[in-house]
Design a protein around this ligand. Structure first.
Ligand code: OGA
Ligand code: MN
Length: 282
């Protein structure tokens, strides 16, 4: 077999504490093993990676996703799930014949980690920007390694080895914390998880989906979680991504949270989303 030649990728930081842009990769082409390994390393080191000016098909996006593992599944029932790939769906406010063509149509969305309410949450999620509003509709990303490091020692001791219940009532108010019905999917996961590839500890709670810490007085749990949510969302380790058409951005749900800023509901927004299967958090 002929040797595969590969140029090393170039990266550029997106912000001081999270994110890198990767340059010189065309995702319409098959990525060779050396480049794939370099992209994975950049992703592990920076929590999120961005590629700009991509003009990719759904097949290209799926091939890219598979560099990071098996394609995941969409858990909640909503419009816009791809018939070809059950791990691909659309996030959009666009209506065709009176029907939404995607999920999470409008407005601001609280910080969260995708699928943390299920036993085996997705490792990675990615969005490919196809249509974007003239302003707003940014996606914000927070570095949960940094957040964990910033937790005061007394709180660290209290959450050590603890689990918290994550619940997501997609049918209710999917973008904001709300009352959850009994049949909303839920799962208890460690408050602090260890990333399987980097070995680093990350805070694994979020304002949208985390209800309470198990085996703890509810008032104490509420107080600790309120403090942890604020630490998680500290602007010092948040990057706000202002989308351009052709951007594809992949985040690691095991060491980041993400949120969305508000935008004008009369403007169109269309993102193609895919997820990569993860592992049970430990
Ligand atoms: C998601 C998500 C935010 C956005 O797709 O999981 O949270 O900016 N999207 O649309
Ligand atoms: Mn999300």
């Amino acid at each position: 077999m002929a040797a595969v030649l590969s140029s090393k990728i170039q990266t550029r930081p997106l912000s001081p504490n999270i994110g890198a842009e990767i340059l010189g990769v065309d995702l319409t082409k098959t990525v060779d093993a050396v480049t794939a390994a370099a992209i994975r390393d950049a992703w592990y080191a920076n929590n999120i990676v961005l590629f700009r000016n991509q003009n990719i098909s759904e097949e290209d996006q799926v091939r890219f996703a598979r560099l990071f593992g098996e394609l995941g599944q969409v858990i909640n029932k909503h419009a816009g799930v791809s018939k070809q790939h059950p791990g691909v769906m659309f996030i959009s406010n666009i209506k065709e014949n009176g029907e939404l063509i995607g999920a999470l149509p409008d407005g601001e969305m609280m910080f969260h980690s995708d699928q943390c309410y299920s036993e085996v949450p997705s490792a990675a999620s990615m969005l490919y920007a196809m249509e974007i509003p003239s302003k707003g509709g940014d996606t914000l990303f927070a570095n949960m390694y940094k957040a964990y490091e910033a937790v005061p020692a007394d709180i660290k001791a209290k959450i050590e080895g603890r689990k918290a219940l994550n619940v997501y009532d997609y049918a209710n108010v999917p973008t904001q914390r709300g009352t959850t019905s009994n049949d909303a999917p839920r799962f208890a996961h460690p408050v602090v998880r260890t990333h399987p590839a980097t070995g680093r500890k990350a805070l694994y709670i979020n304002r949208l989906m985390t209800e309470y810490i198990l085996d703890m007085d509810r008032a104490e749990s509420d107080a600790i979680l309120a403090q942890l949510f604020d630490i998680a969302e500290n602007p010092a380790w948040v990057y706000e991504h202002n989308w351009k058409v052709g951007d594809i951005l992949m985040w690691d749900n095991r060491c980041t949270l993400h949120a969305r800023s508000d935008f004008d509901a009369s403007e169109r927004r269309l993102m193609r989303r895919s997820v990569v299967l993860g592992e049970k958090p430990v």
